[in-house]
Write a protein that binds this ligand. Structure first.
Ligand code: HEM
Length: 471
């Protein structure tokens, strides 16, 4: 847990220098990255003050060394690593890209592999696979962790579901869900005898969480009556501490049960296809060899889980950002429909849900980035939040400004072949949500002081756990 200090805006600004900017060197000439800094996401204070830390790192150079806590694939990485006798799963130093231009360059560089098995011998790969818990296997083979050509083949299969036309078709459904959730919150307040503007709502629980979960469940074709059970399994997994995961029997059993449930659902959709993504994918599977059973499971898992915490956090971060910047709040209230798009982009830039890539790239050959030597075999992550506050890309980057003309240049969704496939959906959900919320409840405000709001920790995510509001 971490708190957002009241002076967050002041603390988030630190001096920046031009060290290494514009340098063009060959991999051999380039100097190594500066020594390791610890980006301790398990430390309650880290995320709250992270933007000041990132600012200091940008001043040090475009690429620095950083160590992090563990994530779910670290056990497998360590098992498959040639140095496994000496290197434990807990203390890894990764290269950390701090600045915007180099972040974009790194995300577009095909020498940086997303597959953690890259560079391992077949024997090491086998050890790595054996070290992964069975129920985690599908996630370790998801789009996020594949390189071309498998990545290209699988991404092509689902991409048509996220086009502008597909999003247009989804709009009425999302609007209806948004209205239903707000109606429900109003009814609950009325039952408690509360009246406007003193009605209470826990924004995350009543709105930010259920909206994206229902949207993605519908899109995939998880029947409404099964959604509460699926929600329990997913939550146990998402709330699990990665460092304790192997001993967390509840989370592991939940994932196994979720897997068995999905296999049963695939069977049902095979027999009686409906208008949804799972039916489409089951059909694609029968059509030829475009998708094997493990790939089908991986795809459903990643689509279901990837959009979960991220979109929840975008909704929460946007509400808190707006409510804690009175001038921006007033501008938004004057024209919610006109400002919604800009407000969503600025929230992604200012407080994007993913601070840095939780799953690092593996460097396939000696390279250079911003004049820094990137040795073959190193692990490299990209500081999306740091890049989005780079003063060389965004003027006055620590200000929250919903009409910032270039806010849409943020890289909160990544870039390149792995750019978030769900970005159009997350953007659409957030635009409809903010516009409707502030139009229907113009008196909406925080029920507690901003500095008492707590950030959840873990997995490089930025988002508030609870947001009590009055309306
Ligand atoms: C505000 C909400 C979201 C944020 C900030 C976000 C962020 C990201 C980022 C940064 C990546 C790239 C990771 C990398 O390069 O390694 C990514 C990939 C991905 N996201 Fe999202 N995401 C969001 C919502 C969603 C939603 C709603 C879905 C599902 C419908 C989704 C599904 C995916 C998938 C499947 C990938 C992997 C794509 C690939 O590897 O080709 N995300 N997301």
């Amino acid at each position: 847990m971490a708190t957002i200090p009241p002076d967050v805006q002041k603390r988030e600004t630190a001096p920046s220098t031009d060290a290494g900017r514009g340098a063009k060197t060959t991999p051999d000439e380039a100097p190594a990255a500066p020594p390791t800094v610890k980006l301790d996401r398990a430390n309650p204070e880290f995320l709250a003050g992270a933007h000041a830390v990132y600012s200091g790192l940008r001043a040090q150079g475009p690429v620095v060394r950083a160590s992090f806590g563990t994530n779910f694939t670290d056990g497998a990485r360590a098992a498959g690593s040639p140095e496994r006798q000496t290197q434990g799963a807990s203390e890894h130093a990764w290269l950390f890209v701090t600045r915007y231009d180099e972040a974009v360059e790194a995300l577009l560089d095909e020498r940086f592999s997303s597959d953690f098995r890259t560079g391992m011998t077949p024997e090491q790969q086998e050890r790595a696979a054996a070290a992964l818990p069975e129920e985690f296997q599908p996630i370790a083979h998801s789009l996020l962790m594949l390189d071309p050509p498998d990545h290209t083949r699988l991404r092509k299969l689902v991409q048509p579901n996220f086009t502008a036309r597909a999003m247009d078709a989804l709009k009425p459904r999302i609007q209806r869900l948004v209205d239903e959730l707000l109606d429900k919150a109003e009814r609950a307040a009325a039952e408690r005898g509360e009246t406007s503007p003193e009605r209470r709502m826990e924004f995350v629980e009543a709105f930010a969480y259920p909206l994206p979960v229902q949207v993605i469940s519908d899109l995939l074709g998880i029947p409404v009556e099964d959604q509460p059970q699926v929600h329990v399994w997913a939550e146990r997994f998402l709330q699990a501490d990665p460092q304790q995961y192997m001993a967390n029997h509840e989370a592991r059993a939940g994932m196994m049960a979720f897997t068995r449930y999905l296999e049963g659902l695939f069977e049902r959709k095979r027999r009686e296809p409906t208008e949804d993504m799972i039916s489409q994918m089951v059909h694609a599977q029968e059509d030829g060899d475009r998708l094997n059973p493990r790939e089908l499971l991986s795809m459903v898992f990643i689509l279901f889980l990837a959009g979960h915490i991220t979109t929840v956090n975008l909704l929460g971060n946007g509400v808190v950002a707006l409510l804690t910047h009175p001038e921006q709040h007033a501008r938004f209230l004057a024209d919610p429909a006109g400002m919604a798009k800009g407000m969503v982009e600025e929230t992604l830039r200012y407080w994007g849900p993913v601070d840095f890539l939780g799953s690092p790239r593996t460097v396939k050959e000696d390279s250079a980035l911003g004049g820094v030597h990137i040795p073959k075999g190193s692990k490299l992550t990209v500081g999306l939040a740091s890049a989005n506050r780079d003063p060389h890309r965004f003027e006055n980057p620590d200000a929250y400004d919903i009409s910032r003309p270039d806010a849409h240049r943020n890289i909160a969704f990544g870039k390149g072949i792995h750019v978030c496939i769900g970005a159009p959906l997350a953007r659409l959900e957030a635009q409809i949500a903010f516009e409707t919320l502030f139009r229907r409840f113009p008196k909406l405000r925080l029920a507690v002081s901003a500095d008492s709001l707590r950030l959840g920790v873990g997995a490089a995510m930025r988002g508030f756990k609870h947001i009590p509001v009055l309306y």
